[in-house]
Design a protein around this ligand. Structure first.
Ligand SMILES: [Fe+2]
Length: 225
């Protein structure tokens, strides 16, 4: 009898493990699939984005995020701009600064991203983190005008790495900034646009690795801190 129960218990444990592995594989496939969608729309900025997502995860680990939060951070770091697939190409690729109406439409991308991801089981929390990735630490961001710790910690981390990526990446109407200038601007906006703790944590290790990461782009990194 004991042996029969033990066998049944083992079979149940095995079944649960298989389901967990299937869920994990499906989750990875969804992330990969959406990432390819970003590539198709040319919304990834190549080598920078992957490295920045890795740096974001390290910030999360340094700040003591839970395993669940780190999983959401991985999704949010990689897919925070997924909502831009809903923005017209004429705006995304405009070779000049956006006018007020165009900028208003561009500012919809966090809500579009949230709307897409929230319907996927297991991605609800990451969808909320994406919704708030353009909030400012001083409350002057969008879409909700949240401030300081009202902003989810994952969103505060993504905000910093997204802004850094945007500054160093070239756009149709401008070249990307040298990394040392992007670092200077991050520090300048620490406490207003960005969570100062996140900025400090990000730069504490990212600065040391920038020279290697950005060497391929023909840029250099001076001691900007
Ligand atoms: Fe964004």
């Amino acid at each position: 009898m004991t042996s029969a129960i033990s066998t049944a218990h083992m079979a149940e444990l095995l079944r649960i493990k298989q389901v967990e592995e299937q869920c994990s594989a499906l989750r990875s496939a969804v992330i990969c699939s959406f990432n390819q969608l970003l590539d198709l729309k040319d919304l990834n900025t190549g080598v920078h984005s992957t490295r920045l997502a890795e740096w974001g995860m390290r910030v999360g680990q340094e700040l003591g995020l839970s395993e669940d939060e780190l999983q959401n951070l991985e999704v949010a770091a990689l897919l925070h701009d997924i909502g831009k697939v809903g923005i017209p190409d004429a705006i995304l690729r405009k070779p000049a600064r956006l006018d007020a109406d165009e900028y208003a439409l561009m500012k919809k991308h966090p809500e579009y991203g949230w709307a897409v991801l929230r319907i996927l089981p297991g991605f609800e929390r990451a969808a909320l983190d994406i919704l708030h990735h353009h909030e400012n630490y001083d409350g002057k961001g969008y879409p909700a005008g949240l401030k300081e710790t009202e902003i989810p910690v994952v969103s505060r981390i993504v905000s910093v790495i997204d802004a850094f990526d945007a500054m160093v990446s070239s756009r149709p109407y401008r070249h990307g900034l040298p990394p040392e200038e992007a670092v200077r601007r991050l520090v300048e906006s620490s406490g207003t646009q960005f969570d100062p703790v996140v900025v400090q944590c990000f730069l504490s290790f990212a600065q040391a690795e920038m020279a290697m990461v950005f060497a391929a782009a023909g840029t250099s990194v001076a001691s900007a801190l």
